[in-house]
Design a protein around this ligand. Structure first.
Ligand SMILES: Cc1cc2nc3c(=O)[nH]c(=O)nc-3n(C[C@H](O)[C@H](O)[C@H](O)COP(=O)(O)O)c2cc1C
Length: 191
């Protein structure tokens, strides 16, 4: 299935792959259990994997994750991924990735949504920058809300930041205009 998705990305003109290594196993998300969280049917993955996993005891998302995520993911899988594609690959969350040939690293903690007490990415960034020693570009995400957050990440050695929730909130509130506005606001506070 992974190979099929990669081939589809290549056909559609994508230039890079981001491999996320941050959730080999889903945390016990009590709110999801309480709310009996549903894993949405994903139209763009139709026929590739079943999202019809349900649980009588709680979070359907947890049941789905148990069924579909492979906790045995290892560095060999990155080598395999590189062997089937020429797309540039970025690894989210690991330093050893440089040795197995990824093109860059994204310092991320899954939006701090996976583990309690996970360190803030801005606190981990500098250490990763020193460990990688400019061999590959480093990006960072998590908690970037203001231009000053962008500034801090760049000052600590990131080449760029990625933004998750702010643009999603802008999209939900005002569609495309909302996304543009969020990005403008970040830019404005940097100038
Ligand atoms: C609702 C939600 C779902 C997410 N799901 C995933 C996921 O399935 N895989 C993943 O690698 N990251 C996931 N993330 C983390 C994002 O990729 C990204 O690291 C994070 O949102 C960036 O932080 P920010 O939202 O504070 O900007 C999720 C984030 C949110 C808010």
């Amino acid at each position: 299935m992974a190979a099929t998705l990669v081939q589809r990305d290549e056909r559609n003109g994508f230039m890079a792959l981001v491999l996320t290594a941050d959730t080999p196993r889903l945390d016990r998300r009590e709110a999801d259990i309480k709310n009996k969280m549903i894993a949405q049917q994903l139209k763009n993955l139709e026929g590739l994997l079943s999202t019809k996993v349900t649980s009588d005891t709680g979070s359907n998302l947890e049941a789905y994750a148990k069924e579909t995520m492979d906790p045995s993911l290892s560095w060999k899988d990155i080598e395999w991924l590189r062997s089937i594609t020429n797309l540039t690959s970025f690894d989210q969350g690991a330093i050893k990735a440089v040795e197995v040939g990824v093109a860059g690293i994204i310092v991320s903690n899954h939006g701090a949504r996976q583990l309690d007490y996970t360190p803030a990415t801005i606190s981990a960034l500098e250490e990763v920058v020193h460990a990688v020693k400019q061999r590959d570009p480093i990006l960072m995400d998590g908690g970037v809300r203001r231009g000053t957050d962008v500034f801090k990440a760049l000052a600590l050695g990131a080449q760029a930041v990625l933004i998750g929730r702010p643009v999603i909130h802008g999209l939900a509130a005002k569609g495309e205009y909302g996304v543009r506005r969020v990005i403008e606001m970040l830019r404005m506070s940097l100038t």
